[in-house]
Design a protein around this ligand. Structure first.
Ligand SMILES: Cc1cc2nc3c(=O)[nH]c(=O)nc-3n(C[C@H](O)[C@H](O)[C@H](O)COP(=O)(O)OP(=O)(O)OC[C@H]3O[C@@H](n4cnc5c(N)ncnc54)[C@H](O)[C@@H]3O)c2cc1C
Length: 488
């Protein structure tokens, strides 16, 4: 039973809304403060001239069946099932993603296959002999796949996404995304077929028919229907800690500075920002750690086309460094409701960048022109005359960058925050963790329970070291569990 009088949640993305949703279900008074004029955070959907665009294709997937049940209940009547076709475009050829041995044999020369096999055998021998500790992204990829496959499929794309050499990035991201996948597992699957106890999650996924933001909107609807507040256009500027369970949160709304009292604060705003807007002010060590946490930004080019379809893909990864964007998706392949009519389609092109770099510094017109030129001249995917409109969207703080020192920095900040009784962090930017939306929602639901007295740990979410896209029969992933129903 909750003893909380009023919780203030900073940020109305999936994590903040899930926390507020669970607190609301437990009868706790909650106010969500969201800076933008919409909920959803990075998982928002933009409506423009009859089209709908996510910030890059977002799919729902989790190994946690209890969380899937929660999700199906929340989204009842709003979901479609999507077949996943995800490919890599590499030097003019298409490869399935995750990579399959069959594709390699079809697309590359016997000499390259021999090099792939030899470099993988060498990497395996080194690992078996004790190997080097795996610290960097480069070491993680080469230990799993060998240097040849790393060079072909991982190095260039990773450097495009992160804007830094793989030798300067942490191995942690690789272990979250592809641990358990290796040349050996690919070869075994090619020769023997998939293991019977493995149920792949990669072939189909659930998606909200009208765009991913519907998930956040549905949570916000439930929160408001129960009498709690989700305040849009409310930018948090300060959090004053006056003692355990005694906070004053400062924010601006409609051009006016306001304050709100709380006995608990849940933050989903970037971890380093929270440390710096908290008063009393943190010391120089925490300040330096907070400033040292870096995010990668994102520009999406939403291209509207008079054409029925461009590709069969749900995602297409474009590695070539002379193409401005690194990934594209065609929203109509996810849900027909994403386009105004069947005669039209659209593409969302993701340009990974950092504020102030050469991509971010381009004007919207320059980015639009360059993206169309890449699609027409370099890739041959569309005709220039088919383009009816382009919308450019700039998103800050899209990807937490795992540099080689990020763990020390996040731990320094979290140690400082722990001395503020009643202050909680959750979510992707909030914990500086490379969360998918399902992780952020699971963390939020667990935090809501934790705050109401349940013995659960929301920080355990997204720490599993198993490959996220493969599920074994009977495996119940994650940490969120359905509450048992009492029958009188
Ligand atoms: C290109 C791309 C593709 C992705 N694809 C997938 C996918 O396929 N599947 C998947 O599950 N996940 C995907 N994700 C990840 C998913 O978007 C995030 O995990 C999820 O949105 C994180 O939710 P969150 O609530 O933790 O953080 P956020 O979504 O970042 O929400 C934080 C909120 O805080 C608000 N805020 C920040 N500062 C303030 C302030 N000062 N005052 C008030 N409010 C503030 C922000 O406006 C935002 O609404 C993708 C992300 C990107 C960028």
């Amino acid at each position: 039973m909750s003893t909380l009088r009023h919780v203030v949640v900073l940020g109305g993305g999936p994590a903040g809304l899930a926390t507020a949703h669970e607190l609301t279900a437990g009868g706790t008074r909650v106010t969500v403060l969201e800076r933008e004029g919409h909920v959803g955070g990075l998982a928002r959907t933009i409506h423009h001239k009859g089209y709908k665009f996510d910030l890059g294709g977002h799919r729902w997937f989790t190994k946690n069946e209890d969380l899937n049940d929660w999700f199906r209940r929340l989204m009842d009547g709003h979901l479609v099932m999507v077949d996943r076709i995800s490919r890599i475009y590499h030097e003019g050829k298409y490869y399935n993603y995750p990579i399959s041995i069959g594709d390699l044999v079809k697309n590359v020369s016997p000499l390259t296959i021999a090099q792939i096999g030899a470099s993988f055998a060498w990497a395996s021998l080194r690992q078996a002999a004790g190997g080097r500790p795996v610290v960097t992204m480069q070491q993680a990829y080469t230990a799993q796949f060998g240097t040849k496959l790393y060079e072909m499929f991982f190095r260039r794309y990773s450097e495009k996404v992160w804007g830094a050499p793989c030798t300067e990035l942490s191995a942690d991201w690789v272990s979250q995304r592809s641990r358990g996948l290796s040349v050996a597992t690919l070869a075994r699957e090619a020769l023997l077929g998939s293991r019977k106890d493995v149920v792949s999650l990669v072939e189909q996924f659930m998606y909200p028919r009208d765009g991913y933001m519907r998930i956040s909107e549905r949570m916000a609807e439930d929160i408001a229907a129960a009498g709690n507040d989700v305040l849009l256009g409310a930018r948090v500027t300060g959090v004053a800690y006056r003692g355990p369970a005694d906070f004053e949160v400062a924010y601006t709304r409609d051009g006016e500075a306001r304050t709100i009292q709380a006995d608990a604060v849940v933050s989903t705003i970037p971890l380093g920002v929270l440390a710096r807007i908290l008063s009393p002010a943190c010391g120089p060590e925490v300040e330096a750690a907070a400033r040292g946490l870096v995010f990668r930004d994102l520009i999406t080019a939403n291209v509207m086309l008079r054409r029925r379809r461009v590709s069969p893909d749900t995602w297409l990864y474009i590695q070539d460094s002379d193409i401005l964007f690194g990934r594209m998706h065609e929203p109509k392949n996810w849900s027909p409701a994403m386009v105004p009519d069947d005669e039209h389609t659209s593409l969302v092109l993701e340009c990974f960048c950092s504020r102030g770099d050469h991509i971010w510094s381009m004007t919207d017109e320059e980015i639009g022109r360059r993206c169309v030129a890449d699609l027409v001249d370099k890739l041959g995917f569309i005709e220039a005359a088919e383009v009816e409109d382009i919308q450019i969207v700039r998103t800050r703080d899209a990807y937490p960058v795992y540099d080689l020192d990020y763990t020390r920095k996040t731990q320094t900040i979290q140690r400082h925050l722990r001395s503020h009784g009643g202050l909680h962090t959750v979510g992707r930017g909030g914990t500086f963790r490379y969360n998918n939306a399902d992780h952020s929602i699971e963390m939020g639901l667990l935090l809501g329970r934790e705050m109401q007295g349940d013995a659960v740990d929301h920080m355990a979410v997204n720490t599993d070291r198993a490959y996220q896209e493969v599920k074994r029969a009977g495996e119940q992933g994650g940490h969120y569990r359905r509450r048992s129903v009492q029958v009188d």
